[in-house]
Design a protein around this ligand. Sequence first.
Ligand code: NAD
Ligand code: UDX
Length: 468
Amino acid sequence: MLVKNINSICCIGAGYVGGPTMAVVADNCPDIKVTIVDLNEERIKLWNSNDLTKIPIFEPGLKEIISRVRNKNLFFTTDVENSIKNSDMVFISVNTPTKTKGIGAGKASDISWVEACTRQVASNAIGETIIVEKSTIPVRTAEAIKTILENNSKKNSKSDACSFTVLSNPEFLAEGTAVKDLQNPDRILIGGEDEESIQALKNIYLNWVAEEKIITTNLWSSELSKLTANAFLAQRISSINSISALCEVTGADIDEVKKAIGLDTRIGKKFLNAGPGFGGSCFKKDILNLTYLCQHFGLPEVSSYWEQVVSINNWQIYRIYKMVINKLFGNVTNKKIAILGFSFKANTNDTRESPAIFICKELLVEGALLSIHDPKVSLAQIITELGDIGEENRSNWSHQIDLDETYDDADAIIILTEWEQYRNINWDLVSSKMKSPSWVFDTRKIVNPKKIKNCDFNFWQVGLGNNI
Ligand code: NAD
Ligand code: UDX
């Protein structure tokens, strides 16, 4: 077997996956030149910013890696064509959002961006090129990629000496722990048909990942495993959230239930935290895509089974919202509500599908006055996420930099993201600054009920309710 030596990599897409993933590859493979390309000039400019606090993605440990490898063997550019031309391996790491129109709208994945970069690869690659699917895509997308490459490369004048192989190499990193996940992955999954290409990709990972953690499958198993992993993870959250509602009305405590079931090694302890419902760019999109695929392949029962995971998630955030309104006497007009956390989870500045977006929009529509705090989410991002509702009610909400100023005169506080600094709040002090009567709603179960026993506010916690 003649395994190709990979000297240069191009990654199309400088987003939450492309940026951190390629930074870790460059850090561990000093002999490989890694170039990350993106159409978004502003994003590339920020990645190249001298001030490392300005790089577009916040992930613990990322800026340290960027400072080590940027402009040594890691480069950010908008020059897509030349980067493809000069690469032995091209990673496709572009967005694959849910389709908004046409057949499958609201469920199927829109693979237009994957298709567009496949065409760019077809017309610019020289020699043997290995294309790696990093984006999460519907099962059998590799077939479409291969067809596009075969057809378009024939039209390419340089194509005589041109050949392609396609691999699937889904990414399992979670935001907030991306660097840790990439440096020490549970497994690396490579799907493909061509043994030499598989080995070439495997050799890259072998620079820092143990061989037994690298598994290989056929293309379709690899593509489907990514959707399945996300569906199983999201299912755990919907399961625990459904039980959190039952705890609140029965006097059980979700943390105690979680501990009791998690000690069963078949269930396991991880990923059982009740909350306001999962957010993020992946879970909802990938499950909806899975349900669409099941429908497409004639499996409506399987489709509706997985659809329930998303339904429970929507219900969880809605029931929490309704409960907040009820506790505030069914009226929030002109009431000041402090929102603690706007990102979809801690340690990221990503707000995609964050439960905070729904809660804030609905509260603004009801006439509430919001004081929004998040340690990493910018005002510009909040403006974008709140959209028209935010703009119509611009004088009714503010973005707070200083956490201490967020609670002044508040009728209620809603904790929506589990940022570390919210775990260490001096609740005695906060309670003295709030109106009376007032409420604290902890949707992340991060406040220790024992520590607020003497505080002058009412308290509600997910999976516990008022049973403190
Ligand atoms: P993202 O939106 O942050 O980044 C995608 C980037 O691709 C954008 O900057 C966009 O401008 C660029 N792009 C699109 N088309 C392009 C083209 N033709 N040429 C050059 N650049 C182009 O998305 P992301 O969160 O990094 O996700 C990328 C993929 O990885 C998705 O399929 C997603 O489902 C999957 N994924 C994401 C995560 C995550 O935690 N975000 C984890 C695992 C897998
Ligand atoms: C997820 C998958 O975990 C990752 O493997 C995949 O590559 C991308 O999608 P991500 O969405 O970044 O990662 O974060 P994750 O930690 O999975 O959290 C997703 C959402 O679920 C967040 O809103 C989080 O707050 C919520 N969550 C997570 C819970 O409510 N409870 C938990 O126990 C875990």
